[in-house]
Design a protein. Structure first.
Length: 218
């Protein structure tokens, strides 16, 4: 899946001349952590909620109401805009974008075309939505977790067992925990017990929450 297929196209931006108090309201009203800053059609940077909230506290206590009101009418995004903005092209793989956001602790990424024009935006909320979509949660069915060894062909074998039983696979995923490889399969049935039994008969270990209880004890 590519970023360009899932990016937000209708999103709020601000300019360097936007007042800090207006930027704060936009962030709050839209439940955002970051705003992209444009000057005309040019993407010039971004501003975070932390930037906006940190713009005033150091002076508020020493000001009276009139002085504070005057200050709020003068301080703009230009004072706190960050220009070291990281951008990605729309053909970027979703997982690569997520990894970049994680490694750089970013709340979102600007998506630009080959001419460096801003064409979209992808944020943490969208990434979480994509995780739910990729794991097939909203399609219902049952979730089966198989603890498998690290060797080629394992997913093919597990999928083959399910397919031979004439069940449809909604989604698959692979996770790692303590050097263990977990294959997560969501199947289109409310009763997965026949599938679980067949997988176990083939020598695979099907796990559930009870298998990890000792790790979760305080």
């Amino acid at each position: 899946m590519y970023v360009g297929l899932k990016m937000l196209k209708d999103f709020v931006t601000v300019t360097p001349e936007t007042l800090i108090k207006e930027a704060d309201k936009i962030l709050e009203d839209n439940q955002l952590w970051m705003l992209l800053v444009k000057e005309g059609e040019e993407l010039v940077g971004y501003v975070t909620k932390e930037d906006v909230r940190a713009a005033l506290p150091s002076v508020i206590n020493s000001l009276d109401k009139h002085e504070l009101s005057y200050l709020l009418s003068k301080i703009t995004v230009r004072e706190v805009v960050r220009k070291n903005i990281t951008t990605i092209p729309p053909e970027t793989d979703i997982e690569a974008a997520a990894d970049l956001m994680f490694e750089m602790n970013l709340s979102g990424l600007a998506v630009v075309n080959e001419n460096k024009k801003l064409i979209g935006y992808i944020n943490r909320n969208k990434m979480l939505e994509l995780l739910v979509e990729e794991m097939g949660l909203k399609h219902g069915g049952s979730r089966i977790v198989v603890d498998v060894e690290e060797r080629s062909g394992v997913i093919y074998e597990v999928a083959g067992i399910i397919s031979n039983m004439k069940y449809s696979i909604i989604s698959t995923g692979v996770f790692h925990h303590n050097n263990r490889r977990m294959v997560v399969v969501r199947v289109d049935t409310e009763d997965a017990s026949p599938i679980v039994a067949a997988i176990k008969e083939r020598g695979y270990k099907v796990v559930g929450p009870e298998d990890f209880m000792d790790e979760w004890k305080s």
